[in-house]
Design a protein around this ligand. Structure first.
Ligand SMILES: [Zn+2]
Length: 238
């Protein structure tokens, strides 16, 4: 499958749990940014998110105000087996849905189409950002997200560069925006989301021929595991 730009559709998606949390508005801002950005590139998840939001909206409509709260997510879960969700296509003015469904902005001078949810976090073109070098060929730019422990940053890997082997104290979500990378779990290209946690010790390598730009969301610092990594650890900012 391919979209109108001839790019491949994502084959690695956000988890159902995260999509549901996004639709219910219970995930962190950093996670919401990653999901919203993935949704601009993934019609499959976009459709599911809209279904969840419709379900949540329908539940809100029929619940007395005082019962809406922590029970909502549970109720949404309970409704997922419902074969005919009510008002599945009811109009909804949530800005998040709009931002998730609009097309990416026009192509930038650097040739990379940055989805709109991400645009609002950037004051400058990619080349104008104050990138910090992590090591030769790897740059990062932290994004100003608030409301929760998770951090978001842009990561730029030069063509062919390997990220030092590392594992994770918590979870790491990586959304590819341009180029691609591989690790022992597979090959990830624009729109794909890679999930890693403390059980994953990996050494991602950027594809040859094109720089790889990613949005990463971490809820705890990385733990570098290679020889070089152990030396670098004290300098790796979460
Ligand atoms: Zn998806």
């Amino acid at each position: 499958m391919s979209d109108r730009k001839g790019m491949a559709m994502p084959t690695h998606h956000v988890s159902e749990d995260l999509l549901l949390a996004y639709a219910a508005g219970t995930c962190s801002e950093a996670e919401a940014l990653l999901v919203a950005t993935h949704l601009t590139l993934c019609p499959t998840c976009r459709e599911r998110a809209m279904e969840y939001e419709s379900l949540g909206g329908a539940l809100l409509d029929e619940m007395p105000v005082e019962t809406v709260g922590d029970d909502l997510l549970e109720s949404v879960f309970a409704r997922l087996d419902d074969p005919a969700p009510r008002e599945a296509d009811r109009p909804d003015s949530r800005s998040r849905r709009e931002s998730a469904s609009v097309a990416p902005r026009a192509e930038r001078p650097d040739g990379i189409l940055l989805p709109r949810p991400l645009q609002t976090y950037l004051d400058a073109d990619l080349d104008g950002l104050p990138w910090a070098s992590l090591k030769r060929g790897i740059d990062q730019y932290p994004l100003a997200v608030s409301g929760g422990p998770a951090r978001a940053k842009l990561l730029r890997l030069r063509s062919g560069v390997a990220v030092p082997a590392h594992t994770h104290a918590g979870t790491e979500l990586t959304l590819v925006l341009a180029g691609g990378f591989s690790d022992d779990r597979g090959h990830f290209v624009r729109g794909d989301v890679a999930f890693a946690d403390e059980d994953v010790d990996h050494r991602p390598v950027a594809d040859e021929g094109e720089d790889c730009l990613c949005l990463t969301v971490l809820d705890a610092p990385l733990r570098l595991t290679g020889t070089f990594g152990r030396l670098l650890n004290p300098f790796l900012r979460f």
